[in-house]
Design a protein around this ligand. Structure first.
Ligand code: IPM
Ligand code: MG
Length: 333
């Protein structure tokens, strides 16, 4: 098997510390990957800004990437989220987040298996905000028929290809009658072509309540950009948080596997980070490359270390250092 070239974007948060150990573990598991390391994020202080063209070009060239989270500053005067800019620049229109338990990881719910599919390119993430008058700001929610149709077609195809029978369309068309109204209308049109998938419509606030009280009623969930973002984290919380979930941003010409992780105040460089959030997307990447055996080995090693519970980091209830947990995973391989 020859090594496949993959863009690796460690980013400016957990990936700084965890990308190296991730590549070592992938190799130790037998993964054949040639990593092309590229920089993005706040560490890129040059003129090109936090998302250098070389980063985008690398993903475009390789068609497959693994990315750590990137700092997203808050408020005016700061740059636009590089993650969001990348999704738009590369046409990664579908955000897929699988909500599934990881063996050995404590969670609110066992045996959960649902998929959240999120429209990744528009909605209020269009970044169109302006002050119309001092003290009055407008934020524009963009919903187009084209992008809605594209995400619904993707979601129904995904359901069909993965043997999933139920799909819930999440919206707030009772309030945003035109924007969410269009999203819902297009969803209904596409649904008509997939009679084998049972479609249900659900308003976003109720979707949150239903997901917390009985998540098993969901199979595939489709939402716009913002609702999808919120529901994804809600879903992560159901299965044990950052260790259990990973993200996939998919377009017609490329896929980016993402670590789903927020900020880590005081933890960078401390050898205390949980290594799993960077490993799960790597495992899914190996599967995507057709390297199922190394993927299974790495997944089993992670689950074994979690199940034994002796060498785990503080966020998982232990007191191990990152390096110790990485070593334990390597030994479990
Ligand atoms: C995510 C994150 C991003 C988003 C941020 C960091 C821009 O929350 O990938 O879910 O909102 O999409
Ligand atoms: Mg998010």
């Amino acid at each position: 098997m020859s090594a496949r070239k993959v863009t690796l974007i460690p980013g400016d948060l957990i990936g700084r510390d965890l990308a190296g150990p991730m590549t070592e573990l992938v190799a130790a598991a037998g993964g054949q990957v040639e990593w092309e390391w590229v920089e993005a994020g706040a560490d890129c202080t040059g003129e090109e800004g936090p998302l250098p063209p070389a980063c985008i070009e690398s993903v475009r060239r390789n068609g497959v990437a693994l990315k750590g989270p990137l700092r997203t500053p808050e408020g005016t005067g700061s740059y636009e989220s590089p993650s969001v800019v990348m999704r738009k620049a590369l046409g990664l229109y579908a955000g897929v987040r699988h909500v599934r338990n990881l063996e050995g990881l404590k969670s609110r719910y066992p045996n959960l298996d649902l998929v959240i599919i999120r429209e990744n390119t528009e909605d209020v993430y269009a970044g169109l905000e302006h002050e119309v008058h001092p003290g009055v700001v407008e934020s524009i929610k963009v919903v187009t028929r084209a992008a809605s149709e594209r995400i619904f077609r993707f979601a129904y195809r995904y359901a069909r290809n993965h043997g999933r029978r139920r799909l819930a369309i999440v919206h707030k068309a009772n309030i945003m009658k035109r924007s969410d109204g269009l999203f819902l209308e297009v969803g209904r049109e596409v649904a008509a072509h997939y009679p084998d998938v049972e479609t249900r419509e659900i308003i976003v606030d109720n979707a949150c309540m239903q997901m917390v009280t009985n998540p098993y009623q969901f199979d595939v969930v489709v939402a716009g950009n913002l609702y999808g973002d919120i529901l994804s984290d809600l879903g992560a919380g159901l299965v044990g948080g950052i260790s259990a979930v990973w993200g996939l941003d998919q377009g017609d010409d490329g896929v980016v596997f993402e670590a789903i992780h927020g900020r880590v105040p005081g933890l960078l460089g401390s050898d205390r980070l949980n290594p799993i959030p960077m490993l799960l997307p790597a495992i899914r990447l190996l599967e995507h490359l057709g390297q199922q055996a190394p993927a299974d080995r790495l997944q089993a090693a992670v689950e074994r270390v979690l199940t034994e519970g002796r060498v785990i980091t503080a966020d998982l209830g232990g007191d191990a250092r990152t390096s110790e947990m990485v070593k334990a995973i390597r030994e479990a391989l």
